[in-house]
Design a protein around this ligand. Sequence first.
Ligand code: MRU
Length: 367
Amino acid sequence: MKTAQNFNSYQSVCYVSSQQKINTHENDSDCLILLDQTKLPFEVEYVSLYDVDSICEAITKMVVRGAPAIGIAAAYAVTLDCQRLLETTDLNLIKEKLRFSSAKLRKTRPTAVNLMWALDRMNKIINSSKKETAQELYLELLLEAKNIFEEDLETNKAIGKFGAELVPEGASIIHHCNTGGLATSGYGTALGIIRSAFESGKQIQVYLDETRPRLQGSFLSAWELEQLGIPYAVIVDSASGFVMKTKGIDMCFVGCDRVTSSGYVANKIGTYNLAIIAKAHNVPFYVAAPLSTIDRSIKLGQEIEIEYRSGEEISKVGGKWMTLDSVTCLNPAFDVTPPELITGFVTEKGVVYPPYEDNLRALFHNN
Ligand code: MRU
């Protein structure tokens, strides 16, 4: 299947609108196209989705994954939903249906706050729009979803630029999960920093945690770095202590799914272990954090809802049993790293150091 125009190989979400011609596609019009991340790196396959229910399912099953990418997909899902209601003349009824769809999308994954953040932006339009026709409302929603996408791309590049300044020539870096173009609008946060450092001419060596159980490191991050030509080696998650001791690691970069107002970070399971090991080896530990991932409504780590996923993600890999079929597994998909283990947050407004409560707050007040 051919991909839509402007849909580069790291972009996992693309909205195709025949009316706005924001993208065109040989076979499809008016749909959301997702690069199926569950098939990578073995197959590069795209799925076209035409309604909110199938987008909800795609988010839950991790066809699209990564905090910013999920938010973007949800924003386009609301837009698509409105487009399907263009024949309806009762605008209040349309708005009611859109709020219902938005609530459904919100429940797909609980931890990454970008999903809620993007839906809040879409709901704000739905609730405050003064437009008098469904067509006008649709265009307003489409514009907001496009803005969310484009702002994320700009944000990624700014994070990349600020983060790259922290990277010394010849640096060895450990990275966890996938935070690249696939997990975002197309450039990446923590992997965006690595990409930006490399593109500025620095020689770097990256160690990618494989990131059990869904293997975002070995499946997705390795696929991206391979295409970018950045030197890397995949390591098992439990090798990071030994690698820090023996390979002269200069720094760790990770992404995040939710940051509280005082700097607790929910991110892919294993992040907390890596942060403790980094502290034990005096290795700086940086979190790449777009402002859209900072949840100022909560302060402590325990207030973050952690997603638990099916035990089969642990007991089976690629459909094959890795253990007895009778085993019981516990599968928290995220963990929480406390602020005292974090050297700094790399945001689109610059690098933030402790005290986090004050300095993260200031990001929202300084232009
Ligand atoms: O369960 P996933 O694959 O959606 O989790 C993704 C992560 O934890 C990423 O590291 C995080 O979303 C940052 S993406 C820029």
